[in-house]
Write a protein that binds this ligand. Sequence first.
Ligand code: NAD
Ligand code: DAU
Length: 339
Amino acid sequence: MTIIVTGGAGFIGSNFVFHYLKAHPKDRVICLDKLTYAGNLSTLAPVMEDPNFRFVKLDICDREGVYALFEEEHPDVVVNFAAESHVDRSIENPAIFLETNIIGTSVLMDACRKYGIQRYHQVSTDEVYGDLPLDRPDLFFTESTPIHTSSPYSSSKAGADLLVLAYHRTFGLPVTISRCSNNYGPYHFPEKLIPLMIINALHDKPLPVYGEGVNVRDWLYVEDHCRAIDLIIHKGTVGEVYNVGGHNEMKNIDIVKLICKELGKPESLITHVTDRKGHDMRYAIDPTKIHNELGWLPETKFADGIKKTIRWYLDNEAWWAPIISGEYQNYYAQMYGNR
Ligand code: NAD
Ligand code: DAU
């Protein structure tokens, strides 16, 4: 089988490439990635020489390029991770989110229709459900929770989801969608909460917590997400949406305090800064469907996963040091300078 993995030079996509090549040694994996600021070819160095792996630098919005790749490779499965993924950037500049996340998704699905496909899988997010109130811990997102988005990022992901379901109903495209909660683990780009706090703490820099830090996220170790997608593409039902999450809700402030403790850094580094516009209060996934139908369960407990992740950042400065020394510095100054 040949599988195209888009966005495979990013955080979750690269972890999925590693997982997939190991779990399915007879399959070919084609990674299609534009290499935006969030894509990093060095991440894929361990598999570059693998005869079952091919990297192609390509924009998912480039219709001609995408069609040519399908013509050449005749993929059986496409898993679409490629996206603009950072909420704060979507608040600064929504347009590229609409372009990549919605138009790019439609180009990939048009290629699937034109050349034929066994499965198109869309990697979506729990953010399409909006947020839950902090004072209702009994509420969770299920697959039938209405779409109700807050940010340009989540709206673009919701737009893509609706398009994917429309291509299934209208054209009979064999699709599945997964909506996962917040991931953490190796190769997480340091604009996101956990890697940003680890790297700032290591440099004794302020740890910028938005608002009071009481917002809740439902954290899942990235490998558990990769296993869930693998199961869905092989055993999931066409036309269905699957929520993915491990019932691990935590307040941002508690995560940051935990990182300080693990690194032996003082909590006095924590600085409360102006809140994110439209900041979602709480995400919480009900993963009953994927558990009952596909037998998926998370394997990594947060207490272990966060230790492994911190260890990974300590051991892999060679991966993140070039990132934070380049364009990232301008991003950081613009995003946090006057906050
Ligand atoms: P990321 O930002 O780390 O990586 C995105 C990758 O997509 C990068 O390699 C980038 O170069 C590539 N890309 C961007 N635009 C492209 C384009 N036009 N054409 C081709 N490649 C392009 O993102 P991530 O955190 O790994 O997220 C991957 C997917 O998972 C996204 O679709 C995101 O919405 C979804 N998701 C993320 C999380 C999370 O916690 N990070 C949780 C649930 C769902
Ligand atoms: O829920 C899934 C989503 O998780 C994915 O769809 C997104 O692609 C992914 O980026 C992530 O979105 P969040 O907005 O939840 O992640 P982020 O790491 O940006 O922020 C996590 C929380 O931490 C959020 O409440 C905002 C807060 N935060 C974030 C940063 C970067 C801070 O307090 N300070 C910060 O500097």
